[in-house]
Design a protein around this ligand. Sequence first.
Ligand SMILES: [Zn+2]
Length: 189
Amino acid sequence: MLNDRPPSRPPFTCPSCGTQTEGKYCSNCGEKRITDEDYSIRRYLEEIFSAITLLESKLLRSLWLVASKPGYLSREYFAGRRVRYIKPLQLFIFLNVVYYFSLTVFTATTFTTPLATQLHMNNYYPGYASRRVDHKLQVDKISYATLESKYNGKTAILSKTLIFLLIPILHCCFSCSSFGIESFSLSTW
Ligand SMILES: [Zn+2]
C-alpha cells in the first residue's frame, strides 16, 4: 500500500487545533500541512479549477436529480450519502437567486398575485377584494391605475420575502426528519 507521507517529513503542530501530528493532514481535524508548494501560482490555479468543477458537478448532479427523480435526493440525504451533492440549503438559495433573475428577465409572476388577478380571476373572495379596492381608492383619493401600480410593486417584493421565510420552515422539516419524522421532508428534495 502506498504511503502519501514521505519518511523524512517531520511531525507538525496543526495550526487549527494544536495537535502534534504527522503526514499531510492533521489526524484530529484534517487541516492540511502547509508547504511552499501551496503558495505557488500553479497550486492556486489548480484550486480554483478544482473548486469550480467540484461545485459545478455537485450542483448539476443535484439539479438533475431534483428534476428527474423527485424524492431521490431526500433519501440520499437521510441515508447519509451527501458528499456527492450540494447541500439542500445551498441548492435552495441558488434556485432562489435564479428565480429572482428570471423575474427581471421574463417578468414572470409565478409567486405573485397582481391586483387584476385578485379582482378578476379570484374564485375565493372576489366580493371582499372589490370592496377593499373601492375603499382604498376612496380613502387615498387615487386612480385605479396608481393603486394597481403600487400594489403590484409591493406584492412582488412581498412574495420574494415570503419565499425566504421558507428557509426556517425547511430547516424545521429537516430537523424533524433527523428525529425520525421523515414524512416531513419535501417530496421534491
Ligand atoms: Zn488539527
